[in-house]
Design a protein around this ligand. Structure first.
Ligand SMILES: Cc1ncc(C[n+]2csc(CCOP(=O)(O)OP(=O)(O)O)c2C)c(N)n1
Length: 380
């Protein structure tokens, strides 16, 4: 890595400075602060985390393949972020509420949401893929950082209701530059809201490196708001699980918000519309491949005497089944009626929206077959 690369990627090049329980080589590290939070994670539970991450990786690559084949308009890959998502989501209770961005397919998977319901939004077959109250997870948020405000509001409400449930806001490193995230931190701190700000620092906000956006570790941002931060190796599923449990416990006991910075890396493109070769080096990617979140758990399991090849074969069968189901689900996704785009925008009727609806209906009426003219072609 050249000095200029180091400046560009900034903090990400640091291998130290975060809490870690499993090294990239798959060695278990002792940590007096974190260990007690994961005493229940025996070999069987670790196998479960390995399986989750592996199946998820396959679902994600199927999403990309479907986009390349014209079945889906866009897909934001999570390759490399499996540990950050699975480790944090596995710490949650079913009555906690997740407010994610658009990349949290892994969190959705752990919450029990069918990947097909995630995919249908990217295909344009639905405005939102699932009922948030069924899974304790809001539908994807495209406006960068907005979900941090929603999470804080939900957490304030939960606290006032006397519940000990917590909210989690997932967002990226780039989102920390947004006003919404900073406003959410102010409110959460002031009202001691039971919310965990979970920042996946994956190195890049599209083509903008984190080193240019933050001159200090993002976890320290919370300090200025009175929100304590934990900087964790985001490619270490066990450490992420422990850190999230600590933050949730704090929230449930009335301690207020915590900011977690999970230091990870987006190994794929920002979305399938992006070409990361234009802004990052092969060396940087290779450096992060060596810190693969799944491989290190595999190495740890193998070192503990487990037959890794057999586990890999089992996981492969499950992953293929999940990917096959995702692909097959496309056939069940009907094109939506164009006018339904106005449904669910507001809870109450609204004259401005009514005007837009009328205008759009007139526009569609210009075509011989208005509805089909708008929806022709399988790919969006
Ligand atoms: C308010 C707002 N500004 C700009 C955009 C365009 N945009 C989409 S993704 C993105 C970068 C986000 O980076 P980061 O927060 O690090 O999350 P990541 O995609 O890396 O997970 C931007 C600027 C947007 N969606 N919303």
């Amino acid at each position: 890595m050249t000095p200029s690369d180091r400046v560009a990627t900034g903090l990400l090049t640091r291998a130290d400075g975060f809490v870690q329980l499993i090294t990239p080589e798959g060695e278990r590290r002792a940590d007096p602060d974190l260990d007690r939070w994961v005493v229940d994670i025996d070999t069987e539970a670790l196998r479960g985390l390995y399986r989750d991450m592996s199946v998820l990786r396959r679902i994600d690559s199927e999403g990309i393949a479907l986009q390349r084949q014209g079945e889906v308009g866009l897909w934001p890959p999570l390759l490399g972020q499996e540990a950050a998502q699975v480790g944090s989501a596995r710490a949650l209770r079913s009555d906690d509420f997740v407010f994610g961005s658009y990349r949290e397919h892994g969190v959705a998977w752990v919450r029990g949401i069918d990947p097909a319901d995630v995919l249908r939004v990217w295909r344009g077959a639905a405005s939102s893929g699932w009922n948030p109250y069924d899974y304790g997870m809001a539908v994807p948020q495209i406006i960068i950082g907005a979900q941090s405000l929603h999470a804080t509001g939900w957490a304030m409400g939960a606290k006032w209701d006397g519940s000990d449930a917590a909210a989690v806001a997932y967002f990226g490193d780039g989102a920390t530059s947004e006003g919404d995230v900073n406003e959410a931190l102010v409110f959460a701190a002031s009202f001691e809201a039971p919310v965990v700000f979970f920042c996946q620092n994956n190195g890049w906000a599209i083509s903008e490196p984190v080193g240019l956006q933050s001159k200090q570790p993002l976890a320290q941002r919370g300090d200025g708001f009175g929100v304590p931060g934990i900087r964790v190796d985001g490619n270490d599923v066990l450490a992420v699980l422990a850190a999230t449990r600590i933050a949730l416990d704090r929230a449930r006991r009335g301690g207020g918000p915590t900011f977690i910075e999970a230091v990870t890396y987006r190994m794929g493109p920002h979305t399938t519309a992006d070409d990361p070769k234009r802004y990052r080096t092969d060396d940087e990617l290779a450096d992060w491949r060596a810190r693969d979140p799944i491989a290190r758990v595999g190495a740890l399991l193998a070192a503990s005497g487990l037959d890794l090849e057999t586990l890999e074969r089992e996981v492969e069968v499950e992953a293929a089944r999940a990917a096959g189901a995702l692909r097959a689900s496309i056939a069940t996704m009907a094109d939506p009626e164009p006018m339904t785009v106005f449904d669910h925008v507001y809870a109450e009727p609204h004259s401005h929206l009514d005007r837009q609806r009328e205008q759009y209906a007139r526009y569609l009426a210009q075509f011989d077959d208005g509805a089909s003219a708008q929806t022709e072609g399988g790919a969006r």
